[in-house]
Design a protein around this ligand. Structure first.
Ligand code: B12
Length: 506
């Protein structure tokens, strides 16, 4: 039998994957050139079979497969990717296993220096690199001229640096047909056909905690937009062919130039397209520039959520991050956004930063309370626990505190918001207060009753929890009472159990 088939796999995600399950765009992008050139590609999304994935994988491991590609984010997906690799190698050790995705982009050596059943890693944009790697494997040529590829040779890890340019893919070349059923994707309990897409790539800012400045460092232009017509043609194509009714822009930042988004919504309106919009990349300095008329326009075009990096409630931390905005700016922007309740304002925060004191953490707690008070429609996401990323400015500070990156599998899979990470710079008290901020984030904004109706068992439980436990944790949060937070252990147990069994994923 001819060995010509490529199986691409999206592994299990961590806890956050229970709330959001978007289409595996990474795999569609990574296989665009392969499909265009006639390769037989199959996509297997393990998130849809969390309890039976091993049997389902066996069914898909046929004799004609010669490459298995996996898209891997840091954290829990690593464990599953390793299990997939092991199952593949047990079936046929000749099949080459290739990892791509954010973990592969940021930490290629971590994969190959551990025995994670992976032969090749592709860092950065995957379409051209993967296609070229497949051609090399077919012709039995070493892939040592392919930008972005890492592999082992004579027990040494060889890494060929990425190309320093963005990789754009025309929407007509995205092989959407590889996914047979889009109704299985979505977020929370909403019955929407969500399609994620880029409107712009890159980011011109220099946030000290973020991997992007390091990644885009040698790119000529650091933020590049896709043309308005391309974007809206893409949206129209998805509406006509896949009944899309929600477009989620996955840009690092969509609003660097406000006229870019304004152009998109004008064109959506021109064409009378009926879609809702969500944006995950907005900065406080950009919100400051938005007029009420602009925000109104966003809302009228169907925007229902804006993710904003508020990041921290301490000016000292904001300045360490190179944010170029202050806590007052956050408060002012929030008050402006409160005038537009059609748009949910969702805030990201980072805590657990080197040099952050208990008082800084309390500033973040107080800012969050203030944001909720001024804008009862806002959403507070679970604050991210800071993880030093190699190549970033803050990594150097963390290293001065003796930080070394994770090395073992269990350390890597713990790289999750809910993971237990206690670096040397976090005091015992700060750790306890952080736990209050993490658990409290689920309740402080009373989001449960606002965004979840309780149609499924899981969400019924969450609503019940909000009724019974919500008032207690909100009281604790308001007064900063972090002592004796034993419920945090229940929370961790629950998160861990759910991630392992995938019960609520199904
Ligand atoms: C949607 C999303 C999610 C979804 C999951 C994805 C989904 N399909 O549903 C949810 C909400 C669950 C999620 C969760 C998290 N996410 Co997220 N997420 C994203 C987001 C916004 C879009 C992902 C996407 O579709 N990208 C588009 C595709 C085309 O890009 P790509 O995945 O990078 O793929 C390219 C290459 O990586 C490569 N490639 C990818 N896969 C493969 C496979 C093979 C075989 C090959 C060869 C190549 C290849 O080729 C592709 C084309 O160039 C990105 C930001 C972004 N713009 O990418 C963050 C991002 C991936 N998330 C990130 C983070 C930090 C998280 C969380 C930790 C956040 C949190 N607070 O909990 C969790 C952890 C998840 C986990 N451990 O399970 C980081 C990645 C960190 C990391 N080292 O893994 C990102 C990059 C955001 C950021 N800049 O910080 N996320």
């Amino acid at each position: 039998m001819k060995h010509n088939k490529i199986l691409l796999i999206y592994p299990k995600t961590g806890f956050s994957g229970n709330f959001t399950k978007h289409l595996p765009l990474s795999l569609l992008y990574a296989s665009s050139l392969l499909v265009k050139n006639g390769f037989d590609v199959e996509i297997f999304d393990i998130r849809l079979y969390v309890n039976s994935w091993e049997q389902e994988l066996k069914k898909r491991l046929t004799d004609d497969i010669f490459i298995v590609g996996i898209s891997v984010m840091s954290g829990k997906p690593i464990l599953n990717a390793m299990e997939i690799g092991r199952a593949v190698k047990e079936f046929n050790p000749q099949i080459k296993v290739v990892w791509g995705g954010p973990h592969a982009t940021f930490y290629p050596e971590s994969i190959l220096s551990n025995d994670w059943y992976c032969d090749y890693v592709i860092s950065g944009y995957g379409n051209k690199a993967f296609y070229e790697l497949v051609l090399c494997l077919i012709d039995n040529i070493p892939p040592d001229k392919i930008n972005g590829v890492s592999f082992k040779k004579d027990n040494k890890i060889i890494t060929i640096p990425n190309e320093k340019t963005f990789e754009f893919i025309d929407y007509k070349d995205i092989p959407y047909h590889l996914i047979k059923d889009y109704s299985v994707y979505g977020q929370l309990e909403y019955n929407q056909r969500i399609f994620s897409m880029y409107s712009a790539m890159g980011c011109p800012y220099n946030c000290a905690f973020c991997a992007s400045p390091a990644f885009y460092k040698d790119f000529g232009k650091k933020w590049v937009t896709i043309s308005i017509n391309q974007i809206v043609d893409h949206i129209e194509y998805l509406i006509n062919n896949y009944n899309a009714d929600y477009i989620y822009f996955i840009d690092d930042d969509s609003f660097v130039n406000l006229s870019h988004v304004e152009g998109i919504i004008d064109e959506i309106n021109n064409r009378k397209l009926k879609v809702k919009l969500g944006f995950r990349g907005a900065r406080i300095n950009e919100i400051k520039k938005m007029s009420d008329a602009f925000i109104n326009k966003l809302a009228l075009a169907g925007t229902d959520i804006l993710h904003i990096g508020a990041e921290n409630g301490s000016n000292k931390m904001l300045s360490l991050f190179n944010k170029n905005f202050t806590v007052d700016d956050i408060i002012e922007s929030n008050i402006k956004l409160a005038r537009h309740p059609e748009i949910k304002t969702a805030y990201n925060f980072i805590i657990g930063i080197p040099t952050e004191t208990l008082e800084d953490l309390n500033d973040t707690r107080r800012l969050i309370l203030r944001l909720v008070k001024d804008n009862p429609n806002c959403i507070i996401f679970t604050p991210n626990t800071y993880r030093p990323l190699p190549g970033t400015e803050l990594f150097k500070t963390a290293s001065q505190f003796g930080y070394t990156p994770p090395a073992t599998m269990s350390e890597w899979i713990n790289v999750e918001v809910e993971g237990n990470f206690t670096p040397s710079w976090i005091s015992k008290k700060a750790k306890k207060l952080s736990r209050l901020l993490i658990i409290g984030s689920y309740f402080v904004d009373k989001k449960v009753k606002r965004i979840v109706s309780g149609k499924t068992f899981f969400y019924k439980i969450i609503r019940l929890l909000d009724t019974l436990y919500g008032p207690i944790i909100r009281f604790r949060y308001k007064h900063g009472i972090y002592q004796g937070l034993i419920e945090f252990y229940f929370y961790q147990y629950f998160v861990d159990k759910m991630a392992k069994t995938g019960k609520i994923n199904s």
